[in-house]
Design a protein around this ligand. Structure first.
Ligand code: MN
Ligand code: MN
Length: 289
């Protein structure tokens, strides 16, 4: 492999002049199966150099998009809440300055720190797992509790969990009792993503959208290098369609749970590509950028 700079490809603008702020959160302390997600920001950055600056499908040239890579937050050895506080502090700076946070995990618990700073938001939660436990291994900020912690802040009407195919029985019952809207991976396959997107668009109104992408939502045949793989997932194209459809109102994005220790490069390549597509779509379609 050739040597490349240690920042995300084309993210060469300063913080002040950029619209997109990419940052890594190398944290995997609460991982319940495989460790290694802390290595993902580095691998995904490296993978990003594989692609042309010009994106043929969107017609966007990344060299024209003002984006900045802040590098990684120094959180690897911290406790979960402390780590989330660091993410929150940095995300606050990004959001207060009218910029779009693009967070690369690390495990899913990092997303809570970004979301804490967004008001009046609709969360599209893409995950094979429900992540709705109130506590796991005596930690309220375990990666198995991510959606639950988001629901502490965001009204249940403003959350949609997509691609779910794994939950504990009580966890699922509690989520349903609280009124969480869940669309399983099976339903996405049988109905098709377009019909689901149409229904979502109708219910959404004018709200801004945050997309939290746990990479294990994608089928392991496309994304084998994740921390907790779960068969029978959705396709990368489904994920792209969701991003395309809501890019005109997206104000933040995270991509988590890629686990390079169990990858052959394929998962990091797909992750880097999806981050680039998300940035290109927002740049093209969000009128407030
Ligand atoms: Mn998750
Ligand atoms: Mn998951």
């Amino acid at each position: 492999m050739r040597e490349f700079p240690n920042y995300f490809a084309d993210a060469e603008e300063s913080f002040g002049k950029s619209k997109f702020i990419i940052f890594g959160v190398p944290y995997d302390k609460t991982s319940s199966f495989r460790y290694g997600a802390r290595l993902a920001p580095k691998e995904i950055r490296l993978a990003s150099w594989n692609f042309e600056s010009f994106d043929l499908f969107t017609g966007v040239d990344f060299s024209e998009i003002p984006m900045h890579d802040h590098g990684d937050l120094d959180v690897e050895e911290k406790g979960s809440r402390e780590m989330i506080d660091e993410v929150s502090k940095f995300s606050k700076r990004i959001i207060e300055n009218g910029k779009i946070p693009i967070a690369i995990g690390g495990e899913h618990s990092i997303s809570v720190g970004v979301l804490e700073n967004l008001d009046d938001i609709f969360v599209i939660f893409l995950d094979a797992h429900l992540d709705f436990r109130d506590k796991y291994e005596n930690n309220r900020y375990n990666h198995a509790c991510t959606l639950r912690r988001m629901a502490d802040k965001v009204d249940m009407d403003n959350i949609l969990a997509l691609g779910v195919r794994s939950a504990e029985k009580n966890e699922l019952e509690e989520a349903r009792k609280k009124g969480l809207k869940i669309i399983t991976s099976k339903e996405i396959r049988s109905r098709g993503i377009e019909s689901i997107l149409d229904e979502m668009s109708k219910n959404l109104g004018e709200q801004n959208v945050y997309i939290s992408l746990d990479f294990d939502v994608i089928d392991p045949s496309h994304a084998p290098g994740v921390s907790t793989p779960e068969p029978f997932g959705i396709s990368p194209e489904d994920v792209i369609r969701i991003i395309e459809r809501f890019s005109d109102r997206m104000v933040g994005f995270d991509l988590v749970e890629v686990c390079p220790t169990y990858d052959m490069g394929i998962t990091s390549i797909l992750a880097a590509k999806i981050i680039r597509i998300a940035i290109a779509e927002i740049w093209k379609n969000n009128p407030y950028i």
